[in-house]
Design a protein around this ligand. Structure first.
Ligand code: PLP
Ligand code: ZN
Length: 556
């Protein structure tokens, strides 16, 4: 090899060498976490000349990835995933700059494909033909898919908590599946022992340079995409988000993403670093507890108690120490949410923004809900949230068996039976049932769409809309609804006057009204509504589920 592409570097003792051979530990101090250093000025120059012409996938940044010869590259189109703003969620949270980094759109539907693509390519470059990996599910799937193309036999060690459908997919790719009835941390130990005994390569996850550096590409993409969406920042550089949110298990993702942003800063391509929001499941939140207790080294959770197996790393080890330091120096936070909150977030994002994700990914969104409610995330903050994986085998568990209504066509046998078309029609008629009428009176079309969507997503309502108070009054006089959702500030006739008119009409005076306002009400305004209004919600501070609770209560 002529010029080494990068140097290996030990952050503990300062040891450094041009890359020639893979190393697990520093030869000088035995530290088992080595970093890389690239020729950043040269890379910046090359990016300025070439980046725009390169395809938009993670390999576009190959100059900063630790694969020496591109002929070993294994790609199935990983990375280059879309970044787009949320619509209804942004309105519900009153945060206009929430961007979803849609990592579901990777070849095996999770962000682990970045890791697998690079790590398996590097294994191939090193001549590896058999390897061992421990996983909470998605790494095993992704590594299995890529190792098929590299001619690598993979032994996957999975905890028995991993859903059966995920295990089946691993097996489908031809990997060996070893199901270990133990926690993930214990499963890892079993895998390490097995690899040692067989003399096989064990994938070291966070401690593997390739695994970690693959995640840098998320930071690179986000900065380029935000710049395309919002324009360069005040100093003409690429735009870094104010926040990066991710559901965290072992912490490989945020560590790698952070290193990516650091490299962009070092190259002068961005002006500031984001704050990290590392969100864990309450039943397995060693980082959150350790951070709150002021510990520099994580205290492991010995018995994880979460149904979300993907994030059940009880001992985050060095990732925690690294992330804690980052958060102490640069802001950001560790936060936890209950399984229930994650499942709720999953429903909200699916029903309101059309994004169906696995519960592990929804943890990040539930964390965002909490941190916006507490004002930690400010209204003008630019938030990027990693939608880390697609929903998989849990649909049944979440939806129960009644997510579809069945239509049975009547038996077509016998002389008296009507022809099949009529039978079908009759069956379809059974789907008709008494629906409740809801009137939405709201002048802002975006806000009206949000309310409509809340209703559409949660059942069958007949929805009528009017865009000012006068039209609204006309509408409810013509066909009185079962419930009114009412804005206060509207042209022609405001909400207060509307309510007074409603009150004066004895046919209409008992219809329940939920008021949805843009601002906090004054004491006087509250008094004007007093007694006439059954629910009061402030725009930008409620979730679809809050409104739905009110509606269902009032329509009982
Ligand atoms: C692995 C995984 C996580 C957790 O990521 P880490 O970076 O390992 O902490 C979150 N969501 C999904 C879908 C995952 O597959
Ligand atoms: Zn060292």
């Amino acid at each position: 090899m002529s010029q080494p592409k990068f140097h290996l570097h030990c952050t503990r003792c300062g040891w450094q060498e041009p890359y020639q051979q893979p190393r697990d530990v520093c030869p000088q101090c035995q530290h088992d976490w080595l970093n890389t250093r690239y020729d950043y000025p040269a890379v910046r120059q090359r990016w300025e000349q070439q980046l725009a012409q390169r395809p938009f996938d993670m390999w576009r940044y190959h100059d900063l990835l630790p694969l020496c010869d591109d002929c070993h590259r294994l790609s199935m189109g990983e990375g280059g995933t879309p970044l787009y703003p949320t619509t209804n969620l942004s309105m519900m949270l009153n945060r206009p700059h929430i961007y979803v980094k849609d990592e579901r759109q990777n070849p095996t539907s999770s962000f682990k494909d970045r890791q697998a693509s690079l790590a398996i390519s590097v294994m191939r470059e090193q001549g590896i033909t058999e390897a061992v990996v421990a996983s909470t599910g998605n790494v095993a799937i992704s590594y299995s898919a890529y190792s098929t193309r590299a001619g690598i036999k993979l032994w996957t060690f999975l905890t028995s908590a991993v859903p059966a459908a995920k295990m089946r997919e691993v097996a489908l790719y031809g990997s060996e599946v070893i199901k270990v009835t133990a926690t993930y941390d214990e499963t890892k130990k079993v895998a390490i022992n097995f690899a040692k005994r067989r003399g096989l390569l064990y994938d070291r996850g966070l401690k593997s340079i390739a695994a970690r550096e693959s995640m840098k590409t998320l930071a690179f993409e986000v900065a380029e995409q935000l710049t395309a969406l919002l324009g360069p920042d005040e100093s003409g550089r690429w735009r870094a988000p104010d926040w990066y949110f991710q559901a965290v298990s072992g912490g490989l993702g945020p560590v790698g993403v952070w290193q990516g942003f650091e490299e962009l800063l070092e190259m002068g391509l961005i002006s500031h670093l984001p704050k990290l929001a590392c969100i864990q499941a309450e039943g397995c939140a060693p980082m959150v507890h350790s951070f709150r207790a002021g510990l520099a080294v994580a205290e492991p959770v010995l018995v994880p108690n979460t149904r979300i197996a993907t994030v059940a790393t009880g001992d985050p080890g060095a990732a925690y120490t690294f992330l804690r330091q980052v958060i102490l120096e640069h802001g950001g936070t560790f936060e936890m949410v209950s399984d229930q909150e994650a499942f709720q977030a999953m429903h909200v994002l699916a029903k309101m923004d059309g994004i169906s994700m696995e519960p592990a990914a929804a943890i990040a969104f539930a964390g965002l809900f909490n941190l916006t409610a507490r004002g930690v995330v400010q209204p003008q903050d630019v938030v990027v949230i990693n939608c880390s994986g697609h929903t998989f085998p849990v649909e049944k568990f979440l939806l129960g068996d009644e997510y579809a209504r069945s239509v049975e066509v009547a038996d077509a046998g016998g002389a008296e039976t009507p022809p099949p078309e009529e039978g079908l029609l009759a069956s379809l008629e059974r789907l008709d049932r008494q629906v409740r009428r809801v009137a939405i009176i709201e002048d802002n079309p975006e806000a009206a769409r949000l309310l409509r969507r809340v209703l559409q997503a949660h059942g069958e309502y007949q929805i009528d809309e009017a865009y000012d108070g006068e039209a609204g009054l006309e509408l409810v006089r013509q066909s009185p609804p079962d419930l009114i959702l009412l804005d206060l500030m509207m042209p022609k006739m405001d909400g207060f006057t509307f309510i007074e008119a409603l009150k004066a009409d004895e046919r209409l005076s008992s219809i329940p009204v939920v008021v949805i306002t843009a601002q906090e009400l004054t004491a006087h305004e509250r008094q004007r509504l007093n007694g006439h209004v059954r629910g009061l919600l402030q725009k930008g501070t409620f979730l679809s589920t809050d409104l739905l609770d009110d509606i269902q209560e009032l329509l009982k």
